[in-house]
Ligand binder design. Structure first.
Ligand SMILES: Cc1cc2nc3c(=O)[nH]c(=O)nc-3n(C[C@H](O)[C@H](O)[C@H](O)COP(=O)(O)OP(=O)(O)OC[C@H]3O[C@@H](n4cnc5c(N)ncnc54)[C@H](O)[C@@H]3O)c2cc1C
Length: 452
């Protein structure tokens, strides 16, 4: 048991050990399957709290990890110090510079709402309950990926605390290596307390989803795959086969059904958007049409990701391309009439801006990927045992299209150092190791699957 008396006198936020009341709530992760029991939990309220916590951890031989929301929890943390950032919840938008200054505990939904007041928008992922900072440290691919690139391309600076307790500003002029690394390098570098993010001028977009009934999955998915070969560079689409459970919280028209959802986002004139979407609308009879001009702040409605904590096994990969043979192989596992133990089996179309790095470079992995492939396990303990095997069988059959490169936010259930390293091309991973050595020479920060 670590004596935390001295730390309690130095930080404003709660300092808890497993014996203290409120500990379980403090460390709870969004990924409900994980139960954390670190030696010490520190609910930081300021950059100074973070610095004090780090100095205490160093002095007491504690490994340090950080959690914003726990959407990215990989395993149960059972040792060391866990820094919780949810109280770092400051958020301001300067419309004259289009810069949002965002505390490390803020989720995307708050930023989209604050930006919308000025007809601005952040480049987010599909879910706005995800934490801004944790997401950005992995790059970030969302519904506007092709028109706008990785979300971390919009970071203009970080405030962070390094492993010796020093508060630093990392941007294009100061701590340039750290700035490069924090935009996509994911963990083991520093504890971020604030990020400055460029917003884009975007009040509305032509976006949403087209749902196709089970009997029309094959023609609609094949039409989507053909469509991606010549899609407009500013159109981002994705395709997901959804196997929705027969549960009361699922809206009646889709409850208990297997459907194909084609998602579409075009950040321009809705007349052009409707024209660009026409080939998808005519791919097969549309069961539910939820594609229209929407406020940019309604970005989360495009994919309709779950907003409540859940537990599931997931797999993520990138593909070098998709053709009709790939779709044939995919449908043999995930198509209509199959027993496939995943609530969502999803492709996202990448390219255009995702392939182009920022001036000066950043540590994002996966710029060469043409598509992502994600399998989201049904949150059913009875199916958990069969999900890895079912995913492996699909991967074996689509191996010709699978890229060796992935991007870390989509790498999903990482268990080994090798799976973590696959999140980056080797040159970027090696440079990240150099920057980690410079900023955390004693390996205070655990990252990736490191359990210690
Ligand atoms: C429902 C759902 C939808 C998703 N959609 C997308 C998507 O569309 N696009 C996409 O790219 N990703 C997506 N993801 C993946 C998500 O971006 C990652 O899981 C991300 O790590 C979550 O960040 P978090 O802060 O919410 O989670 P956390 O679990 O709190 O953090 C994850 C990791 O981020 C780092 N981190 C967090 N806070 C800090 C900090 N203050 N300083 C330094 N490092 C920090 C740490 O390495 C930490 O382990 C999704 C995940 C879920 C569960």
């Amino acid at each position: 048991m670590v004596d935390v008396t001295a730390l309690r006198s130095r930080v404003a936020g709660p300092v808890l050990t497993p014996a203290d009341g409120g500990f379980a709530e403090e460390v709870a992760a969004w990924s409900a399957g994980h139960v954390h029991t670190p030696d010490v939990a520190v609910g930081v309220t300021s950059v100074d709290d973070v610095a004090e916590a780090i100095l205490f951890a160093r002095g007491n031989g504690l490994t340090v990890r950080v959690q914003g929301t726990g959407h990215g929890a990989l395993f149960d943390i059972t040792d060391g110090m866990l820094i919780l950032t949810r109280r770092l919840d400051t958020l301001s938008v300067d419309p004259s510079t289009r810069i949002a200054t965002v505390g490390a505990g803020v989720r995307w939904g708050a930023v989209t709402a604050a930006a919308a007041e000025h007809r601005l928008a952040p480049i987010t992922g599909s879910s706005t309950t995800v934490g801004v900072v944790g997401y950005l440290t992995g790059g970030g691919l969302g519904p506007l990926a092709r028109s706008h690139g990785f979300s971390s391309d919009y970071v203009r600076g970080f405030t962070a605390v390094t492993s010796d307790g020093t508060i630093v500003h990392a941007n294009s002029e100061e701590h340039i290596d750290l700035y490069w690394a924090l935009r996509g390098g994911k963990g083991g570098l520093a504890i971020i307390t604030e990020v400055r993010l460029e917003l884009v001028e975007l009040a509305t977009m032509y976006a949403g989803s087209l749902l196709f009934a089970e009997e029309h999955i094959e023609p609609a998915l094949r039409a989507w795959a053909a469509y991606t070969a010549s899609a407009d560079a500013s159109v981002t689409t994705s395709a997901a086969i959804l196997r929705l459970p027969d549960l009361p919280f699922i809206p009646e028209p889709i409850r208990g059904r297997t459907l194909l959802s084609l998602r579409f986002a075009y950040p321009g004139d809705p007349v052009d958007g409707e024209r660009f979407a026409a080939p998808l609308r005519s791919a097969a009879p549309v069961y539910l049409d939820a594609l229209a001009e929407i406020p940019a702040s309604a970005v989360a409605t495009i994919h309709g990701d779950p907003t409540e904590p859940s537990q599931s096994w997931t797999l993520g990969r990138m593909l070098t391309g998709i053709d009709q043979d790939a779709i044939t192989a995919f449908l043999a596992h995930a198509g209509s009439g199959r027993q496939f133990p995943f609530v969502a089996s999803e492709f996202r179309h990448l390219g255009n801006r995702t392939a182009v790095d920022v001036p000066g470079g950043s540590a994002v992995g996966g710029r060469s990927g043409a598509f992502t492939l994600s399998l989201i396990g049904a949150p059913d303990p009875a199916l958990a045992a069969v999900q890895p095997g079912a995913a492996a069988a699909l991967l074996a059959d689509i191996a010709p299209w699978v890229s060796p490169e992935v991007t870390i936010n989509f790498a999903s259930s990482i268990e080994t150092e090798e799976e973590f390293a696959a999140g980056w091309p080797k040159d970027i991973f090696d440079r990240l190791a150099t920057v980690r050595g410079e900023y955390d020479p004693s390996n205070l920060f655990a990252y990736g699957p490191q359990r210690r």
